[in-house]
Write a protein that binds this ligand. Structure first.
Ligand code: BGC
Length: 424
């Protein structure tokens, strides 16, 4: 017996645009190719997982992990407005079946930042029929896959833009009212302005236009209702980004303001869901004057984030207490070239989750970010968050010791935590 429930999901996560390669119908692909594109390099072939998913899933399963979170690319399913591709749907069905053949539970994300270029051109989430269009896509996918998929995440980090605003990384700009015109150019400008922050393109825009944010809320509710009408037993939620927001003396008000603006409105909706997806990597500490930068640390992430694995246990507890529904860790991990540091970090983060469970939090699973070294949005391929290294020329996969370690932890349902040699 360990602290972790018997049916705990132990997995790794990916996102279509970051690993598939040649996702040419997506808005972000278009942004990658504008003049002075604000990306270190384009996504290009990425990890070629579009063709190599079977190997990826096999490596995940052989390590001992039992869950794979991946996303479906709306722009492949509906490359032009109203044109649905059965062939692409079959591609994702093959992925699902590959999971099931290995006794791996698929957890499927329906939107991981990217949207079809046509949807972006028409105004993205600001257009009046945004929620209708999203629901239509969701219905198409879920009608086909519901007998084999029972875990659905509607949106990945719909609060990414809200977080950037609340934490001061993205100043409110005059472009806010100008959504329809020059959509593509503007998205690129947003990304430049927030320098280095992933995923801003599709999700910053709703924040800048409140009506669009409302559309995303509606889209989540409508997608949830659609999924439940097709598959009443399905488990539906969305994944919310949350740092462990802490207050130094006198910083309580600022800390609370960030939570109230960028996290709580999203957790409100989770109250009606089956779970709340928790995505935590680090903490942010606030004083009376604002954010207090972290001390430089040898363990720091390649992304520059503070090494603070205890963050996850804290946010899991906060998310489940606030929403009243179980938490599912849908992302947690570290960008580092030092795989031992990845094991140390993940082990400590999981101890935090175990403590949260010990204090009464209901937690359904831990899904690590990420399975493969991939295309990390603005930063290109340099940020190695993966449990598996990928050769940029041959796409050869090389599992890192951390994959075997995490798989070993999974096989013992957490019993091996604290040891660095749990590998199968
Ligand atoms: C996103 C991922 C991203 C990861 C690391 C999350 O914000 O969902 O797509 O790669 O964090 O930055």
């Amino acid at each position: 017996m360990t602290t972790f429930p018997d049916d705990f999901l132990w997995g790794a996560a990916t996102a279509g645009h970051q690993i598939e390669g040649n996702n040419v119908r997506a808005d972000i692909w278009a942004m990658e190719h504008v003049t002075d594109a604000p990306f270190a390099e384009p996504s290009g072939d990425a990890c070629d997982s579009y063709h190599r998913y079977a190997e990826d899933i096999r490596l995940l399963a052989e390590s001992g992990l039992n869950t794979y979170r991946f996303s479906i690319e709306w722009s492949r399913i509906e490359p032009e407005r109203g044109l649905f591709s059965r062939a692409e749907l079959e591609h994702y069905r093959r992925m699902v079946r590959s999971c099931l053949a290995h006794d791996v539970t698929p957890v499927v994300t329906l939107n991981h930042f990217t949207v079809p270029a046509w949807f972006a051109r028409e105004g993205a989430w600001a257009q009046p029929d945004a929620a209708d269009l999203f629901e239509r896509y969701v219905r198409f996918v879920v009608t086909e896959l519901h007998t084999e998929v029972s875990w659905w995440i509607t949106f990945n980090e719909p609060n990414a833009g809200a977080l950037l605003l609340a934490t001061g990384a993205l100043p409110l700009g005059a472009a806010a009212d100008d959504l329809a015109a020059g959509q593509r150019k503007m998205m690129a400008e947003f990304a430049v302005r927030v320098g280095g922050t992933p995923g801003v393109a599709s999700m910053a825009i709703p924040v800048l236009a409140p009506a669009a944010m409302e559309n995303v809320f509606t889209a989540h509710r409508r997608a949830r209702a659609a999924i439940k009408s097709i598959s009443p037993a399905a488990r539906v939620g969305w994944s919310i980004a949350v740092h462990d927001f802490q207050a130094a003396d006198g910083g309580e008000e600022r800390r609370d303001a960030v939570l109230a603006q960028a996290v709580h409105p999203f957790w409100e909706l989770s109250r009606e869901d089956d779970f709340v997806g928790v995505q935590t990597y680090t903490r942010e500490v606030y004083g009376p004057e604002g954010r207090i930068p972290a001390e430089p640390d040898d363990n720091a992430f390649l992304t520059g984030w503070e090494y603070y694995p205890a963050a996850l246990g804290h946010t899991v507890q906060q998310a489940s207490a606030y929403t009243g529904v179980p938490a599912l860790v849908t992302e947690n991990g570290i960008a580092t070239a030092d795989d031992k540091a990845r094991i140390r970090y993940t082990s400590a983060a999981l101890e935090g989750v175990a403590d949260a469970i010990g204090s009464g939090a209901k937690v359904l699973g831990y899904i690590h970010w990420t399975l493969l070294d991939n295309w990390e949005w603005h930063s290109g391929f340099a940020m190695t968050f993966g449990l598996i290294a990928v050769d940029r020329d041959t796409f050869a996969r090389t599992p890192k010791p951390s994959l075997g370690w995490l798989g070993g932890v999974a096989l013992g349902n957490g019993a091996a935590l604290g040891s660095e040699t749990s590998a199968r």
